[in-house]
Design a protein. Sequence first.
Length: 71
Amino acid sequence: MNAIDIQNQPDRYVISIDKKGVSQEFMLELLERLQLEQLAQKVDFDESILALGNEINANWWQQNKHRFIKE
């Protein structure tokens, strides 16, 4: 058996991972990340979310650049 085995079934993917290859903690973190990615794909944002993200980043940088650049 391979360390990671993926079976493609009609309605799902079945993934088998050798326990010797990863810890249980890593697997739980990976599954949480997969769940977050699945939820994020369901969210229907329009293009304005990118502008908001840029505004947040610009504001953060203005407030924190002194921590990285000594003027």
